[in-house]
Design a protein around this ligand. Structure first.
Ligand code: ADP
Ligand code: MG
Length: 697
């Protein structure tokens, strides 16, 4: 065995370990839980907990933690040691089934959107046995869901698991219609490609904006950006290579299938792609990946930036959510098949996704909305804020033929009928990938490309799973009652294509003309987070989530509040950071330089003609004008921020931040960046874009 195969998963309490460590009977019960979602009895939980503890202690663990994903987008944990006092004043190491299965936690400091009444601060965490426990930092991590005492979801995982259940239920109904009795479980699979920046820790420490907000709020354009395309897939610098090697190794130990590492488009931007896994595991693994990236970067004297847009002038970072449906017999339901029968089924799943994306385009947009991602979507570097789907020429041609029921020859025409016995063999999807599409079919999976780099992938997958489950449910209702399955199927697919083809677009999504065209087609163009959130509680969205038991209405209302609040809070921090940097460092530095220049201007006076302006005089004039503008902007920013903050309605507050705070921030930045270009580097108080972007040697 290679070193890698040996170390992979060594810190994971996975099926192999379970088979080895658990009594046969208990292992079987655990299998039933893993594969079929059966509940575990407390006896089994006790045995598993004990085996887990022994295994963990052998690997140096002293503590355990229920690891959860509150509505902050990042993970949370509280560590307890295994120690229990023993009679003789010594200690023993203990871990019970009860401690494994559920934990109690003070929920009062996590966002709840009003779900948690103040008199009931308790929340509890519940083990998700389908995502394996693992060891990190001498601690046994137990992936859990996080709920209020009344059972309302306070996290990303609870609704994600519920959406997986809905999808499983409705997909099985469809498979039964196609005569498939063998499959007993269907899960959505996800591979999340993660983009990030790596910068030198020293430049980071000198930038309060990066420290407080994760992005640069100021910075004049460096002479060089990414225009030479010399970074994308370029040679990886030794220091970065060492970071990537350690990252891979640590990820492998905890069972994350890190697969591909390469440089991305912008200077010091990189990407990691894992091999796909079941949705909830992929979500846990993406959180682990982001956390380990940040930690390991520090060990190498660098800082990993996961913000969606850390730098103006170069591309930001996103996340590609590759999504498909997989059966427990190992079939990918979005893979065009070899037989007409398989292809009819494939087409039904394909059109279900088309309808789901069209019907719930606002929710998909909302699932990727954040203050950070607003700087990316639609900025000709990431997909636009309009959701559309790319299918490629081959599949598009098939759908067109179905729609028109008209093909070249009579024979072909007969072939295009979606009888389950006559459908032609599909051409394999070619590799012409459209990189500008928000939602692209890439051969046997869909790639949702609007996610921001720092987001939890839970939100996007909750929407995708639920929307597709909803449509499959409707399809099943219709087909289950059909007298002639073949023709009902044909009619359903054809009708769905006709009704939803407006969402299909194979062209360049970065093109302005597409935005016009999309608006003509009636597609939503929700440019900002508050624009998008305005649709969160639309009647059809509430119906979708409550009908599929993914969210109750009160859970949705709570989340709506949390998202609006988060947007306002992020902008408040950014505004305050800008004011602080300008008042305490930028204006004082400029003022100092103006004084220096003024002194030299007097000295220079005797050497130049009276009518000519010296370098010093001209620069002083420009800087004086810019600095008084800047000063005026920070005063405006302070009062706009105060006014926005004082609003009590969270919708109005978020809108005030967008409409009156953000524009002043932009203007302020413009003035400051112009001054930066006139001030020597040793006087300018902060590292420049050149220093930061090209600082990793
Ligand atoms: P790229 O988009 O960079 O060309 P690939 O097509 O190789 O890369 O795959 C991108 C991601 O898609 C990887 O994370 C991969 O694991 C994932 N992926 C591949 N097949 C599936 C699937 N059936 N379900 C979910 N994700 C998948
Ligand atoms: Mg990709």
């Amino acid at each position: 065995m290679s070193k890698v195969t040996e170390s992979f998963g060594t810190m994971v309490f996975n099926e192999t370990v379970m088979r080895e460590k658990l009594p046969r009977e208990m292992y079987k019960k655990m299998q039933a839980t893993l594969k079929k979602g059966k509940r575990l009895d407390i006896e089994t939980a006790n045995v598993i907990a004990n085996a887990m503890k022994d295994w963990a202690i052998e690997r140096g663990a002293t503590h355990f933690t229920h690891w959860f994903q509150p509505m902050t987008g990042v993970t949370a944990e509280k560590h307890d040691s295994f120690i229990e006092p023993a009679a003789d004043g010594r200690i023993i190491m203990e871990f019970t089934g009860k401690e494994l299965v559920s934990g109690e936690s003070d929920a009062s400091s996590f966002p709840s959107g009003g779900l948690r009444a103040t008199f009931e601060a308790r929340g509890y965490t519940a083990w998700d046995p389908t995502s394996f426990a693992f060891i990190k930092d001498n601690t046994l991590y137990i992936p859990t869901a996080f709920c209020s005492f009344g059972g309302e979801a306070l996290d990303g995982k609870t609704p994600l698991l519920r959406s997986m259940e809905a999808l499983n239920r409705e997909t099985l109904r469809i498979l039964r219609l196609f005569g498939n009795e063998d499959v007993t479980a269907v899960k959505a699979t996800v591979g999340a490609e993660q983009e990030y920046f790596l910068i030198d820790a020293d430049t980071f420490e000198h930038r309060p904006d990066l420290i407080y907000t994760g992005r640069t709020l100021f910075g004049a354009k460096a002479p060089k950006g990414q225009e030479l395309d010399d970074h994308y897939f370029g040679i990886i610098k030794p220091r970065v290579k060492e970071f990537m090697a350690e990252l891979d190794e640590e990820l492998w130990k905890v069972g994350v299938l890190a697969k591909t590492e390469h440089n991305e488009g912008a200077p010091c931007q990189h990407e990691l792609a894992p091999i796909f896994a079941t949705t909830n595991i992929a979500t846990d693994h993406n959180q682990l990946t982001m956390e380990l990236m940040q930690r390991i970067a520090r060990k190498h004297g660098m800082v990993c930036l996961l913000h969606e847009k850390p730098f103006k002038w170069v591309a930001g970072s996103g996340k590609h959510n590759n999504w498909s449906l997989s059966t427990d017999s190992g079939a990918n339901l979005l893979e065009p098949g070899d037989t007409p029968f398989e292809n009819a089924q494939f087409l039904l799943f394909l059109t279900a996704v088309i309808k789901a994306v069209d019907d719930y385009q606002e929710l998909l947009r909302i699932s990727v909305a954040s203050a950070g991602n607003d700087h990316r979507l639609g900025a000709a570097e990431a997909p636009p804020a309009v959701v559309s789907m790319f299918l490629g020429d081959e599949i598009t041609a098939v759908l067109e033929a179905i729609e028109n029921e008209s093909t070249a020859s009579a024979k072909d025409k007969e072939m295009m009928k979606i009888g389950v016995h006559v459908l032609p063999k599909f051409p394999k999807a070619s590799s012409d990938r459209n990189r500008t599409s928000p939602f692209a079919f890439t051969g046997n999976k869909f790639e949702f490309r609007m996610l921001g780099a720092s987001a939890s992938i839970a939100d996007a997958n909750i929407v995708l799973n639920t929307a597709v489950a909803e449509v499959l449910g409707k399809f099943a209702d219709e087909l289950e009652g059909a007298i002639d399955f073949s023709s009902a199927l044909h009619d359903l697919i054809r009708r769905t294509v006709i009704e939803h083809k407006r969402i299909l677009f194979n062209g360049n999504g970065y093109d302005d003309s597409w935005i016009e065209e999309a608006e003509k087609r009636g597609l939503s163009n929700l440019r900002t987070t508050p624009d998008a959130l305005a649709h969160y509680l639309d009647e059809k969205n509430i119906a979708l989530f409550t009908g599929n038991k993914v969210f109750s209405e009160s859970e949705l209302r709570a989340r709506y509040e949390v998202y609006l609040e988060r947007y306002a809070k992020v902008l408040n921090i950014e505004a305050r950071t800008m004011v602080g940097m300008v008042r305490t460092a930028i204006l004082p530095a400029v003022s100092k330089y103006i004084r220096q220049l003024s002194e030299s201007a007097i000295a220079a006076k005797s050497f130049i003609a009276d009518s000519d302006l010296s370098f010093e005089e001209e620069t002083v004039a420009s800087l004086t004008e810019l600095s008084s503008k800047t000063y005026a902007f920070i005063k405006m920013l302070e009062s706009a921020n105060d006014a926005a903050k004082a609003l009590s309605c969270s919708k109005e507050k978020a809108e005030a931040y967008r409409d009156s705070v953000l524009p002043i921030m932009e203007e302020l930045r413009g003035a400051v960046d112009s001054m930066e270009k006139l001030v020597p580097a040793d006087i300018w108080p902060y590292p420049t874009y050149g220093n930061i972007l090209f600082g990793v040697k």
